[in-house]
Design a protein around this ligand. Structure first.
Ligand code: PMP
Length: 293
């Protein structure tokens, strides 16, 4: 990803893609002092832009640093990046991190850097899974206890176990892994939240130790608009036997059906299909208006 045409917004300016470099002694690289966002632009418009930049601010605050640009400035910067790179459908990645001015655990004197990159990133999973559902496995690592890690920050360091589990899943022929939390309850995937369906009711784990995704909250809203009941509760892996549908949500993943998790299988049913369609329509309001007109 480091050699290509295009522009990256780097501490307030748009600079050529290949010039967006940091020093080896960047604190974030050694100690994980970085937070990020992932958003998608559809037809040139970034979906839930402000919510994402607000979350970036909150994630940084949780890691004891302050993003030196306002949410409004970040919103404008993100739009500028999409435009400068002539992107229409894109993935947009803001990152805030401690710089190289001080080495050691203490990093009070480091500069807080912020960059925003954007690139074309199609379907996160194989599009064929939209019909068949994703094949998932259970992860070995568990989401940490909120007393053990800053679990409500979208902190780079929390992805260490996600990458390990994603790699293991891929090596074993699965699309992704479902992570349990420290109590053994179902939590989320390595980069997406999870939902289940039983008797027309939607169930999803309470986000008390993992990211309460922006897509998760959006899809809960869409389900309620359809008059569906959504229940947030603790879900144990052995309860998966009783669910008929399962889907995951995330900015990159969007809404994707799940065909199986280990020994448990699900069908790609009407509730999942309707929510996939509702989400696809919501992220492209112009297209929905054109179709209606
Ligand atoms: N959980 C994890 C671990 C994630 O990385 C993501 C993607 N940001 C999500 C959940 C979903 O969050 P969102 O819907 O805000 O993208």
């Amino acid at each position: 990803y480091d050699q290509r045409d295009g522009f990256i917004w780097f501490n307030g300016e748009l600079i050529p893609w290949n010039d967006a470099r940091v020093h080896l002694l960047t604190h974030a690289l050694h100690y994980g002092s970085a937070v990020f966002e992932g958003m998608r632009a559809y037809d040139g418009e970034i979906f839930k832009l402000t919510e994402h930049n607000q979350r970036l601010h909150k994630s940084a605050e949780i890691l004891d640093f302050e993003v030196p640009y306002s949410v409004a400035e970040l919103d404008k910067a993100a739009r500028d990046v999409v435009r400068a790179n002539k992107l229409s459908d894109a993935y947009v990645r803001p990152l805030a991190w401690r710089g190289s001015e001080q080495m050691g655990v203490s990093a009070q004197k480091t500069r807080i850097n912020v960059a925003i990159a954007a690139w074309d990133w199609g379907s996160y999973f194989d599009p064929a899974a939209r019909d068949k559902g994703l094949k998932l496995t259970f992860a070995k690592y568990r989401r940490p206890d909120p007393r053990t890690a800053p679990v409500h920050s979208k902190a780079a360091g929390l992805y260490m176990i996600c990458t390990i589990e994603k790699h293991r899943a891929e090596r074993e022929g699965f699309a992704d892994a479902v992570m349990l939390d420290w109590r053994g309850q179902v939590a989320e995937c390595t980069g997406a939240n999870i939902f289940f369906v039983k008797d027309g009711v939607i169930y999803t784990p309470t986000p008390d130790c993992f990211l309460d995704g922006i897509t998760r909250r959006t899809v809960i809203g869409l389900a309620k608009q359809r008059g569906l009941t959504v229940i947030e509760k603790a879900i144990l892996p052995e309860e998966l036997e009783g669910f008929t549908e399962c889907f995951i949500t995330g900015t990159a993943a969007e809404v994707m059906p799940v065909g199986s998790i280990g020994e448990y299988s699900f069908t790609v049913g009407d509730i999942t299909r309707n929510l996939m369609d509702d989400y696809a329509a919501l992220v492209r309001p112009a297209k929905a208006v054109a179709a209606a007109g």
